[in-house]
Design a protein around this ligand. Structure first.
Ligand code: HEC
Ligand code: HEC
Length: 174
């Protein structure tokens, strides 16, 4: 996870940049990203990190975790074991690996790193230091299963189709 963290995983990998600016779904009663203090239910010692760096600050880990919830449109309880009321944040056993989605996410973290490492040179703009090309959000788009349906409408081959509103007409052949 070198390249990914602490900066990149927290800020970019998980699309948390979006968190800081916009108000996407947060976990009640979690503090807003603007809050400085770590919420009191957040463990001060992280005991079961196998992919993220073991010395990551709990507050920074929370940024990464919130990024997951946004990238996938889920809540903490999707990956973590909670008590009978999942909105009671103090009821969570975050270190438990009982939920399959948590283990899948570990694999997905490694996969995302590999995808970034394999990204072809010279395509698009070079990402800024600490930023990643491909993040969870690139594929998931706020959904558990990344959208794979083809867009409606005719394929764009041959004669240039009418340009979508607000865009300049396409040159022939595109
Ligand atoms: C999509 C799955 C997923 C979601 C959603 C998620 N987490 Fe996690 N969480 C993980 C994974 C995976 C790890 C372990 C990472 C590793 O092994 O390096 C983890 C680890 C943690 C840990 C560290 C536990 C320890 O002691 O090792 C805490 C705390 C935590 N998550 C809190 C949260 C909170 C709070 C939320 C909701 C805002 C959340 N997580 C949402 C997947 C998720
Ligand atoms: C290159 C595209 C891509 C990237 C990047 C990516 N995923 Fe996925 N992910 C997928 C696909 C495709 C599936 C399979 C969905 C399906 O059909 O069930 C999937 C499945 C998952 C699942 C299992 C879903 C379920 O409900 O069982 C989890 C959890 C997950 N991804 C988390 C993540 C996280 C967290 C990240 C970022 C660290 C990430 N993914 C990055 C494409 C991607």
């Amino acid at each position: 996870m070198r390249g990914l963290v602490p900066f990149a995983a927290g800020v970019v990998l998980c699309g948390a940049i979006v968190t800081a600016a916009g108000q996407a779904p947060t976990q009640p009663p979690a503090a807003t990203p603007a809050d400085d203090a770590a919420p009191e239910w957040l463990p001060k010692e992280l005991k079961n990190l196998k992919v993220l760096p073991k010395d990551i600050e709990p507050k920074q880990l929370l940024v990464v975790m919130r990024g997951f919830t946004q990238a996938m449109g889920v809540r903490c309880v999707y990956c973590h074991v909670a008590g009978p009321d999942p909105s009671d944040m103090s009821s969570y056993n975050f270190e438990s690996d009982r939920k399959e989605h948590k283990e899948t996410t570990r694999a997905m973290l490694k996969y995302t790193e590999a995808v970034n490492e394999a990204f072809p040179k010279g395509v698009g703009e070079e990402p800024k230091a600490g930023e990643l090309r491909v993040t969870c959000y690139t594929c998931h788009q706020g959904q558990r299963e990344p959208p794979t349906k083809k867009p409606d409408g005719p394929p764009r081959t041959g004669a240039p189709a009418a340009a979508p509103q607000g865009q300049p007409p396409r040159p022939p052949g595109l």
